[in-house]
Write a protein that binds this ligand. Structure first.
Ligand code: NIG
Length: 410
């Protein structure tokens, strides 16, 4: 009999993240891969024959746990410079908003990003991305938003796409022209919104470099009326939207995003009941960013219990960026999501797999099921709850990306 599968993992416990048992667990399971996709998942005893006859390669997992590859669905990992001086100023009492209003914050990273070459941006993001990949991340979202002119935004999006050419990761890009008002438009915010709608968005859509359009709806950034115009233009151009909403104040951004069928509304510390109801009705995912909540020492937390009651899907992301979240570990976000936001460890793991896939509109990954991409992570743990339990350390023993073993235990 000729082998039917390329590879077959046995001697593993599976956290499939499928509905049913907690974590969708299958003890003493097996998982087969064919042509980069999962071909079979189930209890080892249900295999339709002897492993060596079923697959070209049989891999014994040493009774480790296997999960879907992790998905980081909100990052600003590509940028020039760093902002540790702002961190010092905040520790002396300045707030994130005050620094932004004084010309620091996002705008200072814009200057460094404009000055950086595309190669420099790729190199910096590669350095920051590697620890995520070592932790089992196989898909990452990367935003622009530190260029704020067409050429620099395109440079960022091109650099983001290049990451997937030399690293074992899939990249989804978001155009974030509405991140801040660039210095040359100071006092002329309406003109900058015109530029985004009339020139930048059409060019970005033509370039094919952005998978979605994002914005920052906040008093220090763009108001709901401005975001509405930007979203209307993006939607006309066939681009899905998402929004940084209700981080520092409640401007009704989440409800606005939901009205445009947004993939996600992100941050949400100040989200009210109307926003929750609108997100639930639209199927907009709540992307929770505990790293920024921690780093900015916020006292408000997203309304987790109300989101849960309303049935809003919750994802978790690193938000890796130089200002509000210099985070280099997605696993640490699981711990923070549980301790700071009171998610359960199971919700936290689902938040970086199944729900993160939903936040990116990717139906082909995020759970272990036949037909999904064979993006897999193998862990030296005794229970999947440990992924949210340890603070620091990296129990990731192996990573499979599109069916290929890209990190391996010896
Ligand atoms: O998601 N809130 C807006 N954007 C980022 C912060 C970016 C920065 O400060 O450089 C965030 O937290």
């Amino acid at each position: 009999m000729t082998a039917i599968w390329d590879s077959l993992w046995i001697d593993i416990d599976l956290a499939t993240l499928q509905p049913g048992a907690p974590y969708g667990a299958i003890r003493d399971g097996a998982l087969a891969v064919l042509d980069g996709r999962i071909a079979w998942v189930g209890p080892r005893t249900d295999l339709p024959g002897a492993p060596a006859r079923l697959a070209t390669q049989v891999i014994e997992g040493g009774r480790r746990w296997m999960t879907p590859g992790l998905i980081d669905c909100h990052t600003h990992i590509l940028f020039g410079g760093e902002r540790s001086r702002e961190f010092e100023l905040r520790l002396e009492g300045a707030s994130y908003e005050e620094l932004a209003r004084a010309g620091g914050g996002i705008v200072s990273t814009v200057a460094a990003t404009r000055a950086a070459s595309e190669d420099d941006l790729v190199a910096g993001a590669t350095r920051r991305l590697k620890p995520f990949l070592a932790e089992g991340v196989t898909t990452v979202e990367v935003k622009s938003g530190y260029g704020l002119d067409l050429a620099s935004e395109l440079k960022m999006l091109r650099a983001a796409r290049r990451l997937a050419e030399h690293l074992p990761v899939q990249v989804r890009t978001s155009f974030l022209g509405a991140h801040a008002v660039p210095p040359e438009f100071k006092g002329r915010q309406a003109d900058y919104v015109d530029l985004i709608c009339d020139e930048m968005l059409p060019a970005i859509a033509r370039s094919g470099l952005a998978d979605a359009v994002d914005g920052f709806c906040e008093n220090i950034a763009f108001g709901p009326a401005e975001m509405e115009r930007i979203f209307a233009t993006a939607t006309t151009l066939g681009l899905r939207v998402k929004l940084h909403a209700e981080q520092l104040s409640d401007l009704g951004g989440a409800a606005l995003a939901a009205r445009f069928g947004a993939l996600s509304a992100d941050h949400l510390e100040c989200l009210g009941q109307d926003g929750i109801a609108a997100m639930a009705a639209a199927g907009t995912v709540a992307v929770l960013l505990p790293g920024a909540n921690y780093f900015l020492a916020e006292t408000r937390r997203p309304p987790i219990a109300a989101l849960r009651r309303a049935g809003v899907s919750m994802a978790i992301a690193s938000n890796c960026n130089p200002g509000s979240a210099p985070v280099l570990s997605l696993l640490l976000m699981l711990s923070m999501a549980c301790t700071l936001f009171r998610l359960t460890p199971e919700e936290a793991l689902a938040g970086v797999t199944r729900e993160a896939a939903r936040a990116l509109g990717l139906a082909d990954r995020g759970i272990l099921a036949p037909g999904r991409r064979a993006d897999l992570a193998l862990w030296d743990i005794e229970s999947p709850g440990e992924l949210a339990y340890w603070i620091g350390g990296n129990p990731c023993a192996a990573v499979v990306h599109g069916g290929k073993l890209v990190k391996s235990f010896s």
